[in-house]
Design a protein around this ligand. Structure first.
Ligand code: C2E
Ligand code: MG
Ligand code: MG
Length: 599
């Protein structure tokens, strides 16, 4: 026990009493204990007050200036525990002779406890919750009537605090629903005494980002009211024996009684339908996008708080599904864990930089076989996982808010390389992939800053946006694109033909090139491939004033087919594989020699 002179010493220990399921034992302090103990020390003139509760937790108090002279040491604590076990009032006027208060082998002349009294502590419903102790160094004759009354009053107040604490330890104050620790305690109890398995249902009220947006816009009162309204709908769905819990700020869970089994699909559809009904919350109507997850738990799976994590994993996935509910699936879980791992590793790789690299793939003009541009493609070699494809890590970076870091890294390294090639006398353009998330008012200045840093003219650069950018573009993104074009930067619409472009939006994109997606190109030249669609796309691109590029030209027959379609430029394995920077100069010189052209 920590001892401090001059200040009151207040302490609390929780017994070996972690909630089942392994969740951290974040028990509440005992409301009002310090005030009660201070009053008791004044009224009784004692230097130590202690409270032992039936759940094993212990609280103690010594007034200022008294600390250190009498401590709740192991011997005293053991004596208190033994006495608390009987739970009855007791006064020991001279404790020096009482073996319970003497450490084994201690001479009574050196006894530290002289006087001892205790009073049982009851909860609001009369249930015995623990015992309150007062201890003095010197023996006393007895307690005066007023002192005895003061001890009883202190015990009564401690009982109120203990009742409040146990309420706080179970009940979420906003929804008045039992919370996460209660959920684990009840789940463990059910698995121990029931049929050995239990079905859990978790309800994700709304994506956390959206929920936080509610809080920012409307305040906590509104968010609390929204959660309560949702909880009422879930409560209305439950049947007798099901218990609803508030397990996290945006998550509810239902524990189904042991014999219940999984809810039927129709019942789950009904729950999702009820939750998707617009909510009128404090006069504002809004619709939620809930997710309902299901999990069957067995007793041996309780450790580590894992059941809740797993069922919430299912409810999170369910948010993005048409039905809005799903049963826990181990492979989805593994995938999400892997993604989480990758995101943290990618963040580290971005700050370190040594695992990332750019490869470059040439794009060639059909009219003269010249290399029009080199497309920079990010490569990530993880130290244990090996190469991770950009098709995997770029979308993750977008979801995890890391894409700006990646884009800035690509700008910096790509432009440094371009500057190096320029110094070698290679006059190439560089094409950089950019996420639509990057497309805002700062993009032009980010690129311009990198160009200045490396002494590269902006008209040697091109940015590639995917077709989706055209769909979602608005006045703001259009202005950002126009600013880039005016600065001389080329704009390419990447992966065209697989999204659902709004042709009007496409027409208004200030782009210079249209890159037709490789999935449409790869099969050209074999008889079953519908070349008419690609041909129409080429015509459309030309009509809109773009240069048309074919991606994914893998074979000579595809190259022949696209030549026939009068497209402008080609890129693909048949022309060149993406290659490390060190191989680029050799390839460019070889190409110039092969075709009598130079880049
Ligand atoms: P993309 O921009 O459409 O890049 C072309 C992809 O097709 C590259 O895949 C390239 O290696 C591959 N490819 C090139 N020629 C052929 C071919 O003939 N046949 C086939 N089957 N594939 C070919 P990669 O490097 O795996 O990149 C995939 C996507 O990841 C890129 O598609 C791009 O959208 C994204 N990406 C790559 N690097 C970056 C980056 O630095 N930033 C951003 N935002 N996205 C990037
Ligand atoms: Mg690209
Ligand atoms: Mg592409």
């Amino acid at each position: 026990m920590e001892i401090s002179r001059g200040l009151p010493s207040v302490g609390q220990t929780d017994a070996d009493h972690a909630p089942p399921g392994g969740a951290a034992a974040e028990q509440h302090a005992l409301p009002g204990f310090e005030a009660v103990a201070r009053l008791a020390t004044h009224a009784l003139g004692v230097p130590l007050v202690a409270l032992l509760l039936g759940d094993g937790s212990t609280f103690w108090y010594t007034p200022p200036g008294q600390s250190g002279t009498l401590a709740l040491d192991d011997t005293l604590l053991a004596a208190c525990r033994r006495i608390a076990h009987h739970g009855v009032a007791e006064i020991v006027a001279d404790a020096r002779e009482d073996a319970r208060f003497l450490a084994p082998g201690t001479d009574p002349a050196h006894a530290t406890v002289g006087f001892f009294a205790c009073e049982p502590v009851f909860g609001l419903d009369g249930q015995r919750l623990g015992v309150l102790f007062v201890v003095d160094r010197r023996p006393r004759l007895a307690l005066a009537n007023g002192e005895q009354a003061a001890l009883r009053d202190a015990a009564a107040l401690a009982g109120t605090g203990a009742a409040l604490r146990s309420y706080l330890n179970r009940i979420d104050p906003s929804t008045r629903l039992p919370h996460r620790y209660a959920f684990f305690a009840d789940l463990a109890a059910q698995l121990a005494h029931g049929v050995g398995t239990a079905w859990l249902t978790a309800i994700e009220i709304a994506p956390v980002a959206r929920f936080n947006a509610f809080v920012r816009a409307m305040g906590h009162t509104y968010a609390d009211a929204l959660v309560r309204a949702t909880a009422e709908r879930v409560q209305a769905w439950t049947t007798p024996g099901m218990q609803l819990y508030m397990v996290a700020p945006t998550r509810l869970a239902v524990l189904l009684p042991g014999a219940h089994g999984a809810p039927s699909p129709a019942r789950l559809d009904a729950l999702v339908a009820a939750l998707r009904e617009p909510v009128d919350c404090l006069g504002i109507t809004l619709s939620l996008q809930p997710g309902v997850g299901l999990l069957e738990v067995e007793a041996h799976e309780l450790r580590g708080g894992d059941p809740l994590r797993r069922v919430m994993n299912a409810s999170w996935i369910a948010m993005g599904t048409p039905s809005g509910w799903t049963v826990y699936n181990r492979s989805d879980d593994e995938r999400q864990r892997q993604e989480f791992f990758l995101v943290t590793e990618l963040a580290a790789a971005l700050s370190d930089g040594t695992e990332l690299e750019l490869h470059y793939q040439p794009r060639v003009a059909l009219e003269n076989n010249r290399c029009v541009a080199l497309e920079a493609l990010a490569r990530w070699r993880h130290p244990t996982l090996g190469p991770v494809s950009p098709g995997t890590f770029v979308p993750l970076a977008e979801q995890a808010g890391l894409i700006r870091g990646l884009t800035d890294w690509v700008f910096d390294h790509g432009l440094a390389q371009l500057a190096a090639w320029q110094r070698e006398g290679l006059d190439v353009r560089l094409s950089l992939n950019v996420s639509s998330i990057d497309l805002d008012a700062t993009l032009e200045s980010r690129l311009a800053a990198a160009a200045r840093r490396h002494g590269v003219p902006l008209n040697r650069l091109e940015l590639e946006f995917t077709e989706g950018t055209a769909i979602y573009h608005n006045e703001l993104t259009r202005n950002a694109l126009v600013a880039l074009r005016e600065a001389g930067v080329g704009i390419a619409i990447d992966d065209f033909g697989i999204g659902y472009s709004n042709l009007d939006a496409l027409r208004r994109m200030p782009a210079s090139s249209l890159k037709i997606d490789q999935s449409l190109v790869r099969g050209l030249g074999n008889r079953r491939h519908d070349a008419a669609i690609v041909r129409a796309m080429v015509a459309l691109g030309h009509e809109l004033g773009f240069r048309v590029v074919m991606e994914g030209v893998e074979t000579a027959s595809v190259l022949a087919a696209v030549r026939d379609m009068e497209c402008d430029e080609v890129q693909g394995y048949h022309i060149a594989m993406p290659m490390p920077a060190a191989e680029v100069a050799g390839w460019l010189r070889g190409q110039a020699a092969r075709d009598g052209a130079s880049c």
